[in-house]
Design a protein around this ligand. Structure first.
Ligand SMILES: [Zn+2]
Length: 294
């Protein structure tokens, strides 16, 4: 039976991919995000067959509903530097291959920055890169563009740009992730008030479409609205706040997504039970409230 909400976190796969599943279980999560390979190296190492098998059987036993991989931070599909661009495409392709091997639902990546390039040229580069990766690597896992915190010519801080890139990519195998902290930092949602999230919801629906957005990166923001500075904070402790998340979760089409935390943790060790409990309570309260109002 599917659980009432989908909640997960980015967890460490140190010592074996299955360990991330065990951590998710211990936090009572039913979704998970991991790195399939090192996020800070161009070179990738495919996990061993035994590691892949152990991961898949642990996932099955844990009954995880959705699993995502996060790509390396080095990737910039819009880079004007030919060498960085080709390394980016190659590296992202390898992470995407691992996502398919692990039977993950998708690979989330940061789109990148075109630096001095005109925006349209930069977006065409991104689309070209994604299309070549999709062509090279078949499989059901989706390649997922994440909205950015903006600044430095970063692409995809606003839904219209993401929508334009989706159009250029022109594939059902491309999807989108919405990061709540980046949305605030980019000035897309300066305030997570009821009217603020409603305006955002409609704008995103129009430009991207919620049916193309399977995953929410649920992070509070340590930095101010429109700061264009990407710094995640624990749930309820940043500029979004508990009420801000409640307002967003009140919208059913958003609440139904997989909410994945990438928070620093109350002990600084990454997503923990305290954050998971907070987010679960927010989602369940919103669900109960919606039910009682029906
Ligand atoms: Zn994110």
């Amino acid at each position: 039976m599917p659980r009432e909400i989908k909640i997960g976190a980015h967890l460490s796969a140190a010592g074996g991919l299955a360990n991330a599943v065990f951590s998710a279980e211990s936090m009572d999560l039913n979704c998970l995000q991991i790195f399939g390979a090192s996020p800070r190296q161009w070179r990738t190492k495919l996990p061993s067959e035994a590691d892949i098998r152990a991961f898949k059987s642990a996932r099955k036993a844990a009954g995880l509903e959705e699993v995502y991989l996060h790509a390396a931070y080095l990737v910039n599909l819009a880079s004007p530097d030919q060498e960085i661009l080709s390394k980016s495409v190659g590296n992202l392709a390898e992470h995407f291959r691992i996502a398919q091997e692990l039977e993950a639902d998708g690979l989330v990546f940061h789109i990148g920055s075109g630096k001095e390039l005109p925006k349209r040229t930069a977006m065409e580069k991104v689309a070209e890169g994604v299309r070549s990766i999709l062509k090279e690597i078949p499989g059901p896992a989706k390649i997922i563009l994440e909205n950015s915190a903006g600044g430095g010519q970063k692409l995809g801080s606003f839904p219209e740009e993401i929508g334009e890139m989706l159009e250029l990519i022109d594939s059902k195998r491309a999807a989108v992730c919405f990061d709540t902290a980046h949305g605030l930092e980019a000035g897309l949602i300066p305030e997570y008030t009821i009217s603020g999230v409603k305006t955002f919801f409609e704008r995103w629906e129009e430009a991207v479409g919620w049916e193309r957005t399977p995953v929410i990166h649920a992070n509070d923001s340590r930095t101010a609205p429109s700061s264009c500075h990407d710094q995640h904070e624990n749930i309820g402790r940043g500029y979004i706040g508990v009420q801000g998340f409640k307002n967003l979760a009140a919208i059913e089409a958003v609440r139904m997504k997989a909410w994945i935390m990438e928070v620093p943790g109350f002990d600084g060790d990454g997503p923990d039970s305290q954050n998971a409990d907070l987010l679960r309570e927010i989602l369940l309260t919103a669900k109960r409230k919606a039910k009682s109002e029906k």
